[in-house]
Design a protein around this ligand. Structure first.
Ligand SMILES: Cc1cc2nc3c(=O)[nH]c(=O)nc-3n(C[C@H](O)[C@H](O)[C@H](O)COP(=O)(O)O)c2cc1C
Length: 378
């Protein structure tokens, strides 16, 4: 892409002003703006919708496309070196003049250097994923001038992270694609949103339509984070076979990794079932048998299980190996039905939320009555 920074950017209002669907939605639009004002202000965006970082998928093209369409894109650093991350940030900034963030994995051996790279590029927001970050990491981000978002899988942990200095919390439920916690977004939202008001909270996991976005906002979320829904964006560099697998899949095809033996832990990851999933089970069985026969120590057995998926996400996303690669996907994959531009995806989500709000403004029966209630009351 050779576009000048922000050249491809347009606001949602500009896009919808030119289509019939935008007519008559102004009051609903103002209402939505008010509901997610805190999230928009925090992110510095038109829409409080974050494109959750997806390793190999969330690189400069998708991140800039989300930013240019009014959302908040997040670069997935994954296992990148500081130099690679630096190049990716610079590449993204060349494609958009709008804010975007960087997702860093807390157990990355060069975490502190990666934080400094973000500071050098004046990245405004850093998302820390993959475990509880240290006070030192959070403080270093603050010193570099960025805001820090942390994942919290429970209310107590969310409170602890706020005490450690987190500026915002992401609650990601088990419906989500990739590494995921044990509790659903629907339950986490009820556990956290009514009680955590000090900082903005973003809901993630299983969100595929605007009605769901609105419902979390109305429960108290300041915004949302979606990953799966953006994989099949035109601007996503995911391999066409990876995208096809998403388009074909139903919600129930996005399954959690299975742990066969309580002694050998398996990190819970949600992905589309494929031949690799079967092989993973077979490998666990084999490793457990070898351990039982004394051919492997417990530590080596655990390492063999952990190494099974090494490089598997790259193989699927970049090389298109959908048979043995890792097809990380959330349950909302069932709502991905075609390739669309990032702007279309965001417009669709916002349009669905607006339709609910606009529908509520239509003529309503007097209080206490539902259509037909007079007849049934006799
Ligand atoms: C293919 C894929 C890769 C992901 N990689 C990461 C990652 O590197 N870091 C991270 O914090 N979350 C990662 N996630 C989670 C997303 O950032 C996001 O929170 C999640 O997809 C939201 O749930 P949804 O899939 O139901 O929309 C990944 C998700 C997917 C589908």
């Amino acid at each position: 892409m050779s576009a000048a920074p922000g050249a491809a950017a347009s606001t949602l209002s500009e896009r919808s002003a030119s289509c019939a669907a935008g007519e008559g939605l102004e009051p609903a639009r103002r209402e939505l703006e008010a509901i997610w004002a805190r999230g928009r202000e925090f992110l510095g965006t038109e829409l409080a919708v974050m494109g959750g970082a997806m390793t190999w998928v969330s690189e400069r093209n998708l991140v800039a496309a989300i930013a240019n369409a009014g959302g908040f894109g997040v670069i997935a650093c994954g296992a990148m070196s500081p130099d690679l991350l630096s190049a990716e940030i610079a590449g993204t900034a060349a494609l958009t003049a709008r804010p975007f963030g960087v997702n860093l994995i807390t157990m990355h051996p060069q975490l502190l250097e990666l934080i400094d790279v973000c500071g050098h590029h004046h990245v405004g927001h850093i998302v820390l994923a993959g475990g509880i970050p240290t006070r030192e990491a959070i403080a270093r981000i603050a010193r570099g001038g960025a805001r820090v978002l942390c994942f919290a899988p429970a209310l107590a942990l969310a409170r602890k992270l706020v005490r450690l200095g987190a500026d915002a919390i992401v609650i990601e439920g088990s419906e989500a694609g990739g590494h995921t916690g044990p509790v659903s977004t629907a339950v986490l939202a009820q556990e956290v949103l009514p009680h955590l008001r000090q900082v903005p909270v973003f809901a993630a996991g299983g969100i595929g339509r605007g009605e769901a976005i609105l419902s979390y906002l109305e429960m108290g979320a300041s915004g949302v984070q979606l990953g799966t829904r953006f994989v099949c964006a035109h601007e996503s560099i995911a391999h066409p076979r990876f995208k096809q697998a998403f388009i074909r899949a139903a919600a129930r095809d996005a399954v959690l990794s299975v742990q066969l033996d309580p002694r050998f832990s398996v990190i819970p990851v949600r992905a589309l079932a494929n031949a690799g999933t079967e092989r993973f089970l077979a490998t666990q069985r084999q490793v457990i048998d070898r351990f039982a026969r004394g051919e492997l120590t417990q530590k080596d057995a655990q390492l063999e299980i952990e190494h099974f998926w090494a490089g598997a996400l790259r193989r699927a996303v970049i090389d298109g190996d959908v048979e043995t690669g890792s097809l990380m996907a959330g349950q909302s994959v069932g709502l991905v039905t075609r390739e669309q531009s990032t702007a279309e995806i965001l417009d669709e989500l916002v349009g669905q939320a607006l339709a609910v709000l606009a529908g509520r403004r239509g003529p309503r029966p007097p209080h206490g009555e539902t259509p037909g209630s007079r007849d049934s009351a006799g």
